[in-house]
Design a protein around this ligand. Sequence first.
Ligand code: SF4
Length: 409
Amino acid sequence: MISDQRTRHTLHRLGNLTTAARNDAWSRVKNAEALKQQAIHARDRVLADLPAYLARLETATRAHDVAVLHAGDAQEANRLVIQTMRGLGVTDALRNHHPLLDEIQLDRAAKANAIQLTPLHPGDYLAQLADERPGHPIWPVGHLTVEAISATLQQKWRIPETYNPDHLTSTVRMPLRRALLRTHTAILGVTFAAVEEGVFVLLDNDGHNASLTSLARHVILLLSIEQIAADIDDLDALIQVFALSAWGRPLPAYVTHLQRPAPREIDGPRTIHLILVDNRRTKIIEEGFGQALRCIQCGACHSVCPVYQQIGGRGYANSPYTGPIGAVINPLLLRPDLGEAQAALCAGSGGCQDACPVAIPIPDLIHAQRIRLAQTHPPNDDKRYFSVWRRLISRPRFFRSYIRRSYRK
Ligand code: SF4
């Protein structure tokens, strides 16, 4: 549990505000249930036949002069990014806000290869300054209090003491604006891709993706292989559902589309490289946990989870995925060693499943994880004691003689 009460209060407040906004926005949608069903269908449709959809996406994308690369795991994804940058002759880049980039630890790989990578999203930038990890898919530093942000900026940049949120925000944005104007290369996690049309979509609430795709001469896209829609109709449904559940608004403030390079236009990238990242996703489907990959990373389940509100993003062992869906995905995708600890991060309230716009049965998946762990791990001491206790309690005569003998010792 987070020991600092102010941080717990901030998380709680963020959860209440975002839940209220989301409920209000969904209550205004005329055919809310039909829209959710369309989104669920859109996700299940591609997950049921992922290799075929990916092959079609690759064909459509290549036809638009986009170079397509495949990464089996995080190391390969990083290697391909670095290799592509070296091929372009660049040593610095800006990146957008996207959980896939945190999943593959791109920042760390860039640093190890002497590449300067700057996150353009102010929340991610602030997280880096404060030596924190993003704690939420939409609000990466939603857990930081104004006092904590002010203290970080005073310490790192020696700014005068201020607790004015507008002041603090513009202070953080200033160097990012300068970096944006110098930008040459952008590394972008893709929110969704539409297979038939070979279109890539980036959603955000502050316009950083639109700025990057307009100003960068070279764009390297990273796409989790499951974040695809069969066609533009399914894509539209997913965009609406994402905006409603992530920000509590009918549409995102910014929807950035990318389809092909624009070598002769004033703005837009000259080259586009696409890296399709698997990183165990195919295995997750094979292991029967494919429903977890319906997730669109809207963060709605975080806002209603009583455990997340007590432990915040750090409680998920510094994993990139947090909240209820993080407890399911992290052991499957990244760190099997976290299985036991993450499966315990559920109080069984069931609020996450109700909040999830694509109806992921999160409590059932956590329960299935627990069963899998019980089957694959040797019984620990607790289980052995419990089994002895159960045998004794069901035989009163044995029980009495056992207790008598134990006391005589
Ligand atoms: S599990 Fe559902 S509610 Fe949670 S982030 Fe994913 S899509 Fe959103």
